[in-house]
Design a protein around this ligand. Structure first.
Ligand code: ZN
Length: 309
């Protein structure tokens, strides 16, 4: 199972992938081809070549070479422009996925912005209440605002943690090509993978520190996200051990070849136990489902008028 990067966003994908779960583009692995540009200009050149050959042979039709080439160039340029427009159009249509990480990420950012502006409005009302007389009605309004604010802050936190989750998925995705078919690596291959793994672990540890320092790590959602990150880091450590063991064995094998059948058995075992250590794709699917639930919940509390102001 080999991994290649999506040409639109750099997400690592299996070679069989038809749609990128990160950016939603169709055919994320096909190389960019200026297909229409080349096709139209080529067609144009062939037609002109035929006309030119025809006029060369024909005793009746003689063309002025200058006029001929000017016409050829202008028609080619027009076709080139048409080709570029067609290419652009084709690229535009390429986002086919209904749900993908980038669109959810955009939604999260706009939700957070929405919540922030609502909070600002609440603060203005709160200031007006403070300045007014402390009647019963004012007190109950103040209570209402406190509740609404608490609810908003809770959801703001939850949406922010959703951004963590996306970050963790992308980080896990960077581990997938490092893990791919590692049980078949040779000595040099092991060294390269270990270098890449060390960098990935560093990046993961960095995320862990950032999240732990954030107060959201105390919320149930934050705790869960951090836990999944820690679990993945623990898998990384085990994977590091595995790679080291393989490297050591390969180094020893250079000196004394071991029993072939035993080696084969071990490879088979490794493949069973280490298949998909970091399955970012299934993480994307569960993220999207959970995110839809959160959105539904937020929409519901909005509809229930708990936040209307
Ligand atoms: Zn992509």
């Amino acid at each position: 199972m080999n991994f290649l990067q999506c040409r639109f966003c750099g997400f690592w994908l299996q070679t069989t992938e038809r749609i990128c779960p990160n950016c939603g583009h169709r055919d994320p692995l096909k190389p960019f081809g200026p297909f229409w540009k080349i096709f139209l200009v080529f067609l144009n050149l062939s037609i002109f070549l035929i006309i030119f050959l025809f006029t060369l042979i024909s005793p009746v039709y003689k063309v002025n070479p200058l006029t001929f080439f000017i016409t050829l160039c202008s028609v080619s340029s027009v076709l080139f422009i048409i080709g570029s427009i067609l290419d652009k159009q084709m690229k535009k249509e390429k986002i086919t996925a209904k749900n993908y990480l980038k669109s959810d990420e955009t939604n999260i950012h706009s939700r957070i912005q929405e919540i922030t502006s609502r909070n600002e409005k609440l603060n203005i009302v709160r200031n007006n209440i403070k300045e007014g007389k402390k009647t019963d009605k004012m007190k109950s309004m103040s209570l209402l605002i406190d509740n609404a604010e608490q609810l908003l802050m809770k959801y703001r936190g939850r949406y922010e943690v959703e951004l963590w989750k996306i970050e963790i998925i992308r980080w896990k995705n960077s581990l997938e090509p490092i893990e791919a078919e590692w049980t078949k690596l040779d000595y040099q291959g092991c060294i390269k993978r270990m270098e890449a793994l060390k960098k990935a672990i560093q990046a993961g540890e960095q995320l862990k520190t950032t999240y732990t320092e954030n107060t959201l790590s105390k919320t149930p959602d934050g705790k869960a996200a951090l836990k999944s990150l820690k679990q993945a880091l623990a898998v990384c450590d085990r994977f590091y051990e595995g790679l080291t063991a393989r490297q050591a064995k390969l180094a020893i094998n250079d000196v004394s070849p071991v029993d072939e059948t035993a080696a084969k058995q071990e490879v088979a075992q490794n493949q069973e136990t280490h298949e998909n250590l970091f399955n970012a794709k299934s993480d994307v699917t569960s993220f999207i489902t959970a995110f839809e639930e959160l959105e539904g919940e937020f929409d519901r509390i909005e509809a229930e008028d708990k936040l209307s102001l």
